[in-house]
Design a protein around this ligand. Structure first.
Ligand code: FES
Length: 111
């Protein structure tokens, strides 16, 4: 089991920090959906065709995650919020023991 953290901004501007313990061997998107994280739509179910599972990976963690594939980079062009250098599609992040403590921030919208 590892712990992952999802940060988001509430309407009043405060930061919401939600975390959960989860199994490795699944994508970050799958773990988020199973654990009721609001703000990940994942319309395509992980087929890399929707870009509604967009997250921003905290700088500390960027080097621990394999680089995005060309297909993921292409799909990042279609996120609702303009992508940043630390943008990833959470369906493409495979959770491993190395990612215990992974922290990502949710965009304000996926549409
Ligand atoms: S769930 Fe559709 S691209 Fe990630």
């Amino acid at each position: 089991m590892i712990t992952v953290y999802f940060l988001s901004t509430a309407k009043d501007g405060s930061i919401i920090n939600k975390s959960f313990h989860t199994q490795t061997g699944q994508s970050l998107m799958e773990a988020a959906m199973k654990n009721g994280i609001q703000g990940i739509a994942a319309d395509c179910g992980g087929l890399l065709t929707c870009a509604t599972c967009h997250v921003f990976v905290s700088e500390d963690w960027s080097s621990n995650i394999p680089k995005a594939s060309d297909e993921e980079l292409a799909m990042l062009e279609f996120t609702a919020i303009p992508p940043q250098e630390n943008s990833r599609l959470s369906c493409q992040i495979l959770l491993t023991k190395k990612l215990d403590g992974l922290t990502v921030t949710l965009p304000s919208t996926q549409y």
